[in-house]
Design a protein around this ligand. Sequence first.
Ligand SMILES: Nc1ncnc2c1ncn2[C@@H]1O[C@H](COP(=O)(O)OP(=O)(O)OP(=O)(O)O)[C@@H](O)[C@H]1O
Ligand SMILES: [Mg+2]
Length: 251
Amino acid sequence: MPEIVVDGLTHTFGAGSENPVTAVEGIDLTFESGSFCSIIGTSGCGKSTLLKMMAGLFEPSEGRMTLDREIIKGFSKRRGMVFQQDAVFPWMTVARNISYGPRLRGASRAEQAGIEKKWIEAVGLKGFEDRWPRELSGGMRKRVDIGRVYANDPDVLLMDEPFGALDAQTKERMQSDLLRTWNETRKTVVFVTHDIEEAIFLSDRIIVMSARPGRIRHIEEVALPRPRADEMRLTEEFLEIKRRLWGMLEH
Ligand SMILES: Nc1ncnc2c1ncn2[C@@H]1O[C@H](COP(=O)(O)OP(=O)(O)OP(=O)(O)O)[C@@H](O)[C@H]1O
Ligand SMILES: [Mg+2]
């Protein structure tokens, strides 16, 4: 059963002003429960706009979105978002960052400690519990971001180019780690990227958006077997998908 349904979504920034910008137009999509889906498209095609509306950060000009038939509106613990920019709190240690959401909702100290332990391990930050964000590399801060969202136990993870600023090696390691966590939790993931290879490696399905205003240009089902190992990136099946998608993006 489809978990998220996006129906006729259009968003115009500055509607009624002198310079309105229609960022996305007429988007219809469904995201199956437990699937890993990526959205790719060139810079400015409306990927972040779409994801932020799915997070409930603002409302679309037209159309609607539902999660299990309930209209998506405003913040909800069910929908966790990892933003394009770092969102760790610099004044909290790694552990306090991870347990921020549960603490806000009144979790006991013991519950917080359990959540911190579980997610610090899962995102590979064991031994860094008491460090400050300024003492971490960019990749490690991203791990904190991801751990903090998982610690809220959302049903849906919305991830906006979480690895966009990382070097190639760190990125590949983070992708494999993310897949492992996804496989263990089977949350519904919607992952925005402009990296074709990243999208193929991670996803069950890839949505290709056209340049502004962002519309759905193509949907690619990725039938590559799981679990996926790094070597898969070199297989003919993988490269064939890569070539096809590359040809669809405006360069
Ligand atoms: N708050 C805003 N006010 C006005 N225009 C905006 C706003 N946010 C985004 N836009 C415009 O909407 C369009 C889509 O922006 P968006 O950030 O969704 O693109 P993107 O696909 O995420 O790009 P990138 O890959 O560079 O992150 C752009 O033309 C952008 O200038
Ligand atoms: Mg963006």
